[in-house]
Ligand binder design. Structure first.
Ligand code: ZN
Ligand code: ZN
Length: 150
């Protein structure tokens, strides 16, 4: 008897089970045949996937959204950390609903100029750009001391 490596339904069922899904399609044909399943975290909706995609790491759409939400929270943590490392007080994003990227505007305040709400692109914060008022003060002071009398 030749041993077949062909996937059987039980094997596929267990593969779904490992990911927290319940396979509801009662037969397995091939890796490109849609299989219906229920995600145990989102049992209100029946979804389908081909086994090939499941193997590639695809799965429940809602779990994917939650992962994206988590990724966004992690990103936000980084923005807050970068702002605070710059010595600024993080006040939020200018467009809180936009997808975070390096050109997103961050709202912050300088502890030395707390009356002014300022904003800066995230990539500038990462480059350690500081408060323009502090910078101006320093620059002016510097220029004055270097200025030659006319
Ligand atoms: Zn899910
Ligand atoms: Zn300042």
């Amino acid at each position: 008897m030749p041993k077949t490596v062909k996937l059987n339904w039980e094997f596929v069922f267990r593969e779904f089970e490992k990911r927290g899904y319940i396979l509801t399609t009662p037969a397995y044909k091939n890796a490109f045949h849609p299989l219906f399943y229920i995600c145990q975290k989102h049992p209100q909706v029946v979804q389908y996937i081909v086994y090939n995609s499941l193997q590639r790491g695809c799965g429940c759409w809602y779990c994917g959204l939650e992962k994206k939400g988590l990724a966004r929270r992690l990103q936000l943590d980084q923005v807050i950390k970068a702002t605070e490392e710059n010595g600024m007080i993080y006040e939020g994003l200018i467009n809180p609903d936009e997808t975070l990227h390096s050109k997103s505007y961050v709202r912050y305040r300088c502890p030395k100029h707390p009356d002014v709400y300022q904003q800066m692109r995230y990539n500038n914060i990462q480059q350690k750009f500081g408060c323009p008022f502090c910078y101006e003060g320093e620059a002016q002071g510097h220029e004055v001391s270097q200025q030659r009398p006319r």
